[in-house]
Design a protein around this ligand. Structure first.
Ligand code: ADP
Length: 518
């Protein structure tokens, strides 16, 4: 726990506002900004899940609509050592932490598009092996790390005020909090409006009250109306209270999180903010996820030429030492190994699933208990199960391309990208009807030829198995399976539509955009 001398009773807003940004070279900071986007993950620089994918693809789609943007993320070790072009902007700043000032610098890199990505650099916070958590535990100073990040972004933006500040998840949420609760520190941003996007309500940034001085906020904000949550500090809740608008990544999830079952204790706050809460479905970056161009897979293919998909299946069977049999349904999963993803259901259903003769391949990394369980499976079911316990991007592409069926039995799923990738690759998703899965996968109707996957509702092994049975049954009816695969591959979840929905929201908040937008 980070406890600094003399800081334990620091309840004020920290040192008075002083211009602390120095050394900026001309052009070092963004100009005439519409939106500054703040995220703890951006592909290709850092990713632990869908959040990184979304922040890699949404900004270029917004830029195509005519918006002037920049991105902010921490300068993690993966960014500093990843071979990306890095530029020191010369900007140096200091921000209040625990009533003291902590220093940092601003680096810059670019994505595939011309959008500048500003890297908040403070090596003592971000030059580490992992983003948030080691295999054993969360970093003990996460509250301080992401307080610093939020403060740093605001400090830098004082020199370059955007019309809108769009923050993502708990790691960025405090930027919206500080802006509203300490306007005297950020007078240049007085008219900047804020949007908070929730990518997963299960991760809130909860910290014990000893960390309160780190935030340099008045004590009155550590109460249940604001950042207090059952005795703890809740960063995400702060964002939910103070952001001008809130979004989440599917319409269904926007409804679900207002209920006690899915609200993780924040349903009350979300219900109070219901008028300002919208669900905007995630899209897919088809320049990365397209079987016709994917450089990672054994052979490219498309809806009119599926020979490549068969080659991919054989290659994956070979890689995992499974019998090379095109007629056995190959099921797959690419997932963080955490309860959210329905792994208990999978564990319960597993004997039943494998007794149906299918092959199963899993690529995943996460909680130790699941890793231990899945590690044993290839030994328990030799020639039937392949497991790779790692975060392996190329293998994720290969698994999605090679399988016939993908399992997404999630307990809850805010948006979900894997089912969208599966569809594009003609890999039929079997999903539980929750959140973004419910919004994007429709049960196949063999008589009418409609639908793109298989859907079950209750979180019960028998319901999951029944859906898998429907999938396997159809797999063996080649003509119908071809219709289903065609429907899946035809689905279009490109970012354009979602980006326009964000633009509409920005406009409601007062953003005026000329030219190409619309
Ligand atoms: P979440 O954000 O909850 O993890 P999503 O479906 O939105 O779920 O996004 C998951 C993303 O992470 C996808 O791009 C998926 O391919 C990727 N992914 C998950 N686990 C792994 C892994 N072990 N190796 C490589 N990529 C993974």
């Amino acid at each position: 726990m980070m406890q600094r001398q003399g800081s334990s009773d620091s309840t004020g807003p920290g040192p008075a506002a002083v211009a602390t940004v120095t050394g900026a070279r001309p052009g070092a900071l963004p100009e005439a900004l519409d939106v500054a986007i703040v995220s703890p993950e951006i592909v290709p620089f850092a990713k632990t899940g869908g959040l990184g994918d979304v922040l890699g693809a949404l900004p270029p789609a917004l830029e195509r609509l005519g918006l002037r943007l920049c991105l902010f993320m921490p300068a993690y070790r993966s960014v500093l050592t990843g071979g990306f072009p890095l530029e020191d902007t010369g900007v140096r700043f200091s921000v209040p932490i625990s009533g003291h000032r902590q220093e940092g610098s601003l680096f810059k890199t670019v994505t595939g598009s011309a959008i500048p990505v500003y890297l908040v650099r403070a090596d003592r916070y971000f030059d580490r092996d992992y983003l948030y958590t080691t295999p054993d535990a969360d970093y003990p100073d996460n509250a301080e790390r992401f307080t610093f990040f939020a403060r740093a972004v605001l400090e830098v933006l004082r020199k370059s005020p955007p019309r809108l500040l769009h923050v993502h998840d708990w790691q960025s949420a405090l930027a919206a909090v500080f802006l509203k609760t300490q306007p005297q520190l950020y007078p240049e941003l007085a008219s900047t409006r804020t949007v908070l996007t929730i990518h997963n309500l299960g991760y809130q940034g909860l910290f014990s009250p000893e960390h309160w001085p780190t935030l340099s906020l008045e004590r009155r904000f550590f109460t249940p109306d604001y950042l207090e949550f059952f005795g703890k500090i809740n960063f995400l809740k702060g964002g939910l209270v103070f952001a001008d608008a809130i979004t989440t990544v599917s319409p269904a999830y926007a409804e679900e999180i207002k209920t006690a079952e899915q609200g993780f204790g924040l349903e009350g706050v979300l219900r109070r903010r219901a008028a300002d809460l919208a669900g905007i479905l995630n899209g897919v970056d088809y320049s990365v996820w397209d079987p016709e161009t994917d450089p990672f897979i054994a052979q490219n293919y498309g809806p009119r030429n599926l020979a490549g998909k068969r080659a991919c299946k054989t290659a994956l069977q070979q890689a995992f030492g499974l019998p090379l049999d095109a007629d056995v349904p190959l099921a797959g999963m690419v997932s963080r190994l955490t309860a959210q993803k329905g792994l208990d259901l999978l564990r319960e259903a597993l004997d039943g699933l494998l007794s149906r003769g299918l092959q199963f391949v899993l690529v995943g990394v996460g909680e130790t208990s699941y890793q231990q369980f899945f590690n044993r499976l290839p030994l328990d079911y030799p020639g039937q199960v392949g497991v790779k316990l790692a975060f392996d991007e190329p293998l994720a592409h290969r698994a999605i391309a090679s399988a016939d069926i993908f399992f997404l039995p999630s307990r809850y799923e805010p948006g979900g990208l894997v089912q969208l990738y599966s569809l594009k690759y003609g890999t039929v998703p079997v999903v539980r009807a929750t959140g973004g899965l419910k919004d994007t996968v429709e049960e196949f109707d063999p008589d009418r030829g409609t639908g793109n996957g298989f859907v079950f509702r209750r979180y019960q092994a028998e319901d999951f198995l029944a859906a898998v049975d429907r999938a396997i049954g159809l797999f063996h009816q080649r003509d119908k399976w071809a219709v289903l695969m065609g429907n899946a591959m035809a689905a279009d979840f490109s970012w354009g539509r979602s980006a326009r929905a964000y633009l509409d929201l920005y406009r409601k908040l007062g953003l005026e955009v000329g030219g190409a937008a619309g």
